[in-house]
Write a protein that binds this ligand. Structure first.
Ligand code: FES
Length: 160
């Protein structure tokens, strides 16, 4: 995963200024900020509101409406878990439930402040050996919740 620079108000300001003239500039600005910093820091809200002459509530509403926008820095590492049909038939949904229940790890929690995140993908081409996961480029078959939690826990700072 790409390393992002720390949030910087001056850089954010210049990104916003460069796009504020666009029609419907809110989304392009939010995407540009997330591309640059890996997330849209809450400090961006008043800057965007002021630049676009909108209320802070409107900007905040847009950020929360689109689930792809993160308001916290992204995890250093993402584990992809397949939840497509074949892996569903082999128990991936039970695995997701167990991960949450037994290990406190929520899949696709884009606001989690963890070093490691587990995110859904649809088919890793490892269907016969599901549930399948991709960890640091390595395909893992027949993964279970304990193994996935251990892989998450091997990174310091993960939520437990
Ligand atoms: S359905 Fe999960 S790897 Fe293909």
């Amino acid at each position: 995963m790409a390393a992002y620079p720390a949030w910087d108000q001056d850089s954010a300001r210049s990104i916003i200024a460069g796009l504020a003239h666009l029609e419907g500039a809110t989304l392009p600005i939010l995407h540009a900020l997330q591309d640059e910093f890996g997330h849209v820091d809450p400090q961006a809200v008043p800057l965007i509101a002021e630049a676009l002459n909108l209320s802070r509530a409107e900007i905040h509403g847009t950020i929360s409406f689109y689930h792809d926008f993160r308001t916290t820095p992204p995890p250093r590492r993402v584990i992809k878990l397949c939840r497509a049909e074949a892996c569903q038939a082999l128990g991936c949904e039970a695995l997701v439930a167990e991960l949450a229940r037994e290990h406190g790890i929520a899949v696709d929690d884009h606001q989690a402040k963890a070093d490691v995140a587990v995110e859904t993908v649809y088919c890793l081409g490892n269907c016969a050996l599901g549930p399948a996961a991709l960890v640091d480029g390595e395909l893992i078959g027949r993964v279970d919740a304990d193994r996935l939690a251990a892989l998450c826990g091997s990174q310091a700072g993960v939520r437990a």
